[in-house]
Write a protein of this length. Structure first.
Length: 143
């Protein structure tokens, strides 16, 4: 399927992470624009599946990005020094992987590719391995 020029970032509100996410997606996926859906500590919210109101709101925003911009790449992001989700990197990554599972179960229209990103202490985004089975031939980046 041809890649849309839009991707969708599902990330924390933290302003320090946005440029790294955008740069990574533009450089590695050839997209031009990144629709950005933010919620403080979003990977925790999705992984825990307790805050149904917020999850429904995130879902509606994903549907909008897919419908309006034909986005077929969604990046779920965890990041260093997250005030809303102050857990270690390992747990962040587990939460991102769990979030990906949950998003896949939502059966979003167009069956978008869903990847996980970690934004490190230099505010650079890197791909989280094991979240991109479809992408054979692409080496996982070190995190
Ligand atoms: Zn955060």
């Amino acid at each position: 399927m041809a890649r849309s020029i839009f991707a969708t970032s599902l990330c924390c509100i933290d302003g320090r992470i946005q440029i790294g996410i955008h740069d990574f997606l533009r450089k590695n996926y050839g997209v031009h624009y990144i629709d950005t859906i933010t919620e403080p500590g979003v990977n925790k919210i999705l992984a825990e599946m307790e805050d149904v109101f917020t999850i429904n709101s995130l879902y509606q925003k994903l549907l909008a990005s897919i419908a309006f911009h034909q986005s077929n790449l969604i990046a779920v992001v965890g990041h260093y020094d997250c005030i809303a989700n102050p857990v270690n990197k390992e747990l962040h990554i587990q939460q991102v992987l769990k979030s990906i599972e949950i998003l896949k179960k939502m059966q979003l229209p167009g069956n978008p590719e869903i990847i996980g990103l970690w934004v490190n202490e230099n505010w650079e985004a890197t791909l989280i391995p094991n979240s991109f089975e479809e992408e054979q031939g692409k080496e996982p980046l070190s995190i």
